[in-house]
Design a protein around this ligand. Sequence first.
Ligand code: FES
Length: 516
Amino acid sequence: MKRKTPQELRSHRWLGTSDMRSFGHRSRAKQMGYALEDFAGKPVIAILNTWSDLSTCHSHFRDRAQEVKRGVWQAGGFPVELPALAITEIFMKPSPMMYRNLLAMDTEELLRSQPVDGAVLMGGCDKTTPGLLMGAISMNLPIIYLPAGPMLRGNWNGQPLGSGSDVWKYWAEKCAGNIGDEEWNEMEDGIARSAGHCMTMGTASTMTSLAETLGMTLPGAASIPAVDANHPRMATACGRRIVEMVWEDLKPRDILTMQSFANAITADMAIGGSTNAIIHLVAMAGRAGIRLDLKKFDEIAQRTPMIANIRPSGKYLMEDFYYAGGLRALLNQIRGLLHADAATINGRTLGENIANTKVHNDDVIRSMENPVVSIGGTAVLHGNLAPDGAVIKPTACDPKLWRHTGRAVVFKDYNDLKARIDDEALDVDETSVIVLQNAGPLGAGMPEWGMLPIPKKLLVKGVRDMVRISDARMSGTSYGACVLHVAPESYAGGPLAFVGDGDLIELDVPNRTLNL
Ligand code: FES
């Protein structure tokens, strides 16, 4: 393999030449206490750190950045830590979705405008994975993605609690009067117990798993819990490897192909991933010049069983998934559905990276013959209500609702929904279809409102799932018969805008249709 020379490094233009500008660059590096021996002729490795005091899922990133630096120094590189936009899913309003592309621009410009030869991207909380990768794919310098890792299982009275999923579940019980303030407050103390991102198969675990499947992380990296000692060791290994990648000139667009994106979609279906993955994968592929359409997702969904038994579609949490063998063991189970010869950042193929991995708990990671659900985690629907498509997560809803016809109960926007959903006089029963309009990208910034609340009067009667339809997204931790991303959106005059109370809506997941 041809290796770069120090003179061929991108940073050489800043730090290696002898002109007036490079005098300035070197003298300012020395201003920070570095000697020529620290940086001369070495790959400059940017560590893009999405840490902030409000980025709860990345609270360990200041330590991890030091561990990456250790690996970079060991391998003969020069590490520089650069803060990048910390998109915090929990705190940002109106929707962190609006900031994903800002992070992509931030990433691209941080790498482009400065003397950087390669980068380690530190993210994990939902939008940070696609945001960082989109910018880095556009810039196309050698990069490694360092996933934050899931937090430990939540705990309440000895029972595991899952991020998001158990909030929705127990909130419904609280609204129904089945648990009181005391229990609710105890859960608040126990549901988020360590550094790391949400530990259900929400958008964070989905996107980090897909980054690994795409070949953009070290093998096994996405499943390691944030506070496991293997996590800092992985961070140091990222530092060592990225220096080599710069010399090898191994860049994202050498790795990302239609086959690697097909692998990512297959993994998404097998893990029961977040519906948000569709939006992010399409955007990431676009940066690599690859066009993914909805048909591709549905084609793969129809042949890929869901084998990860993780909430919200299954029973366990990401910590259990790690102990059961993690993503590599899961991919080995569906090896026959993957393009095993796809390249990855460690220089080996995906097939080589997952070879000989074993499942240690076959209830957490099932086999193709004994899946959790026989179809993939996301279904794409079409019909006169969604001519450009809509999505649903059939693995996370009551299968009785896969085929359902019901009367629409329509809310014209989120404020209308909030004002009337619990009104005793609302004409609604468990067979109704709840519709929310004006919650799409133009209508409201496409927030995660799509798990529309079930009216309190039905919760009290024991109803826990209903068909709900909107042009919003929903959290990857959410569940229920929620049809999402209805396109064209109602704000732009899509058919959803014309649904009225009492209109009949027919959902047919097996036939992939949604009709008024
Ligand atoms: Fe960060 Fe869920 S809030 S991953």
